[in-house]
Ligand binder design. Structure first.
Ligand SMILES: [Zn+2]
Length: 233
């Protein structure tokens, strides 16, 4: 082994941008750095422009839960096809930088996880022992985040049935529960069905099911104006 060459490379892999020689650049750490950077930029954009995210953030703020980009979000590599998660123990939202490549996908994941964070903030959710609590929040997240909106469903070739939105919400809630808890499909179905109507009809803080960005914009405006009448007295 060429000793001088080995010394030259020493440590450079930690700082890929400092290495000016293209041939010895460590492409793995460079691409991880790029993924992380891209994830942060898309997160910032979602927080500033998505009416879904903006409504959830102001609703949480008025409930005393202030969400901070740096403290409450983390971009990480995840296993399989997982897009994100909410870690109740640390109140942190994990965004899977290796699986989120488009802004529209980022917006949906941020919204979905913020709905869990909103539920965590407003209620004493027992995520680990009470499967009904978990099921309820998964139903709400699938129903209100746009996971089951028309265009997403068309993209998945599931379009057709009139009751499809409900079926989609039920299916996604089931999948989410089975991904994080070691219970049988039958058991999960039973729990989801028990709480479905109550949780499907709980639209807080949107006041309606936001089927489109436009719906979410209306909901956000209504939310911002909710105290206006009283404030003018
Ligand atoms: Zn979820």
């Amino acid at each position: 082994m060429d000793h001088s060459k080995q010394e030259e490379d020493y440590g450079y892999h930690l700082f890929p941008t400092r290495n000016k020689d293209k041939h010895t650049k460590n492409s793995l750490s460079e691409s991880l750095f790029t993924f992380n950077r891209k994830c942060q930029v898309m997160l910032k954009f979602a927080m500033e422009t998505s009416p879904y995210a903006k409504l959830l953030l102001s609703a949480m703020k008025s409930s005393g839960c202030n969400v901070l980009n740096d403290r409450h979000f983390t971009c990480e590599d995840c296993d399989g096809t997982v897009s994100g998660g909410f870690d109740a123990a640390s109140s942190q939202i994990v965004l899977c930088q290796n699986n989120i490549h488009q802004q529209s996908h980022m917006n949906r994941v941020v919204t979905h996880e913020l709905i869990h964070a909103f539920d965590h903030c407003r209620a004493h959710v027992d995520w680990f022992n009470n499967y009904r609590h978990l099921a309820c929040s998964e139903i709400r997240a699938a129903n209100l985040s746009g996971d089951c909106t028309f265009s997403n469903e068309v993209a998945r070739f599931n379009f057709g049935l009139k009751q499809h939105h409900q079926a989609c919400v039920r299916g996604r809630a089931l999948r989410s529960i089975l991904a994080v808890r070691n219970i049988s499909r039958e058991e999960a179905e039973k729990i989801v069905d028990e709480v479905f109507d109550t949780c499907f009809n709980d639209h807080a803080p949107f006041g309606r099911i936001p089927h489109s960005k436009r719906d979410a914009q209306f909901a956000h405006r209504e939310y911002e104006n909710r105290n206006r009448y009283y404030a003018n007295l």
